[in-house]
Design a protein. Sequence first.
Length: 224
Amino acid sequence: MKVYCHPVSTTSRIVMLYAAQEAPELEFQLVDLLSGEHLKPPYAAINPNCLVPVLEDGDFRLTESSTILKYLADLNGSPSYPTDLRQRARVNEMMDWFNTNLYRDLAYGLVYPQVFSQHRRPSPEVQAATLAWAKEKAKGWLAILDGHLIGANKRYLCGDTITLADYLGAEVVGLGELIRCNYSAYANVERWLQTMKALPSWPKVHEAFDGFAGSLKDTRFVAI
């Protein structure tokens, strides 16, 4: 099986982190986002969305990171995607929560418009309003994540063992490091994120991301 990806891509790192921990047999094919390879016809033929990641299993392809995780976990019989109906539903709920709530406002509202030119708003006034709105919305989601979804007594998002929701959620929250977000006001979030960062595979998976963040160290950002 092959995964088309780029390590600076948040959605790619979701799959890369899971694979490094649980599916090391996967082959990774770099798609150079910085040169625009994902927009060219050869890659568009693989994924007409022109996005990463893509999982290729023979003649079968999947294009959404959340679905890719679930497919791989089912193939491997991974305990990180439990078979108990209610436990699995809780994992699915958490994954959907990140994708539809925090990721939308933190990534597309706050981080990406400041880091990637194609996401920048058309005028300084619109850019400033977008960032202000997204910052407040993201803070609200983080407060919910901290006080209600993680809380003080859980090691991981769905209990005491790691699940697919943790792989996905940690990359969404960790994205804030590109603009130097400070999560100290969210003690449970910070504790959980540090638990995820202690995974043996975390440093290797994040080498390119950390390098990219380092290249932005002198840039001023609106951040949490």
